[in-house]
Ligand binder design. Structure first.
Ligand SMILES: [Fe+2]
Length: 382
């Protein structure tokens, strides 16, 4: 193993973590907070409670909730305008991946200038961004612990990945109770996103001993608790386990980066405006099928965490076992859709593939992949 680095924010994990928000705002010396959320969460008790917390401590704030499910670059620029106009000097994001990625985007442009699309790729964010305090409300995206921000370039209909150590939040207040407001579909999609993070990080060619332990833990937790939480969405213990799994997967992928599933999901999600976790779910087993022979030992360890008994089996049999287990898990949580059901036609595939091959997540895929390989994977997933 060569040199490896590991980066994580300060984390407070557990029920009640969200209520520390005002303390951290004061600690960071923020005098006016830019609160980012989305339209659905704006109506929930979490925002009402957050506002009460801020008012009690006489903290000035402005709330921005015009954030789409796959946040668009022009929305980010409107956010920056509002941030500057309101003279804010710190950001609180409450929500899933979309508001959190959006908040990072606002912070990037507020302190670095230009347009958010200028920052696509690795380490393009030069200056530190304003203090970021994140309260995740889904157990999947892990934008609260990661150095990723995914923004939809709505002109090119593709999601861009911004990866920089400067956009790791200052503090993640990870409170499992907030995930109780997710419906069953979103729970399943975000849970499969966490599973995909863990698997891709584990087989990534930038993985290390430091990321592997987090990835493996996440895989076993998602295997056990995602079906349980989908059956019993109000069970707080299961919600907590999934939130912990998501955090572990986030620590792994933020540092080991991802692979072809995410590269292809970004292209797909930008093209059809589909939920991110759904895109990953539709691609995961097909990418495993392609990658398997490049990382047999690592896939064996994943199979182990999924409690598959592979003793005495050939490589092909082990691969099929793993693929079937992923399909079975998806089915258990109600995910059976394919790209064809989502309106993807064969003639879309060349364009989707061209965009996917340029995504920075492709660089760490364990197997070298060309345009034709990507087209075949999309075709198989249709
Ligand atoms: Fe993801």
């Amino acid at each position: 193993m060569g040199l490896r680095k590991f980066l994580a924010p300060e984390i407070v994990f557990g029920i009640g973590a969200r209520n520390l928000v005002a303390n951290y705002i004061k600690n960071y010396g923020i005098t006016k907070v830019f609160v980012v959320t989305d339209k659905n969460l704006y109506k929930t008790k979490w925002i009402e409670e957050l506002e009460n917390n801020l008012k009690k401590r006489d903290i000035e704030y402005t709330i921005f909730y015009n954030v789409s499910e796959n946040p668009r670059s022009e929305e980010v620029m409107l956010g920056v305008e509002s941030y500057i106009k309101n003279r804010c000097n710190g950001i609180v994001a409450l929500g899933g991946g979309s508001p959190m990625d959006f908040a990072k985007g606002v912070g990037i442009v507020a302190n670095n200038g230009g347009d958010i699309l200028d920052y696509e790729g690795v380490d393009k964010v030069i200056f530190p961004i304003p203090p970021l305090i994140f309260i995740p409300t889904t157990a999947g995206s892990s934008a609260d612990v990661s150095q990723f921000s995914i923004i939809n370039n709505s002109k090119r209909l593709v999601k861009i990945a911004i990866i920089s150590k400067n956009i790791v939040p200052d503090i993640a207040l990870i409170d499992p109770e907030t995930t109780i407001t997710m419906d069953v579909n979103l729970t399943a999609y975000t849970g499969m996103d966490a599973m995909t993070h863990a698997i891709e990080a584990f087989v990534s060619n930038a993985s290390s001993g430091i990321t592997d332990i987090h990835a493996l833990k996440a895989i076993s937790l998602v295997r056990e608790y995602l079906p349980k939480v989908v059956r019993e969405p109000n069970n707080l213990e299961y919600r907590e386990k999934m939130m912990f799994a998501s955090m572990q997967a986030g620590l792994a992928f933020s540092n080991a980066i991802l692979g072809a599933v995410h590269a292809m999901a970004h292209s797909l999600g930008g093209f059809k405006d589909l939920p991110h976790g759904k895109c990953n779910s539709m691609l995961l087993e097909h990418v495993i099928n392609f990658n398997y022979d490049s990382a047999v030992d690592k896939y064996d360890m994943i199979s182990n965490e999924l409690l598959l008994d592979n003793r005495g089996l050939s490589v092909i049999e082990k691969k099929n076992n793993l693929i079937n287990k992923i399909i079975e898990l998806k089915k258990e949580v109600g995910i059976t859709c394919k790209l064809g059901n989502e309106g993807i036609v064969i003639s879309d595939i060349p364009e989707l593939s061209k965009k996917a091959i340029d995504d920075p997540c492709m660089i760490t895929n364990p197997k070298k992949i060309n345009l034709r390989d990507i087209e075949v994977i999309y075709e198989e997933a249709r």
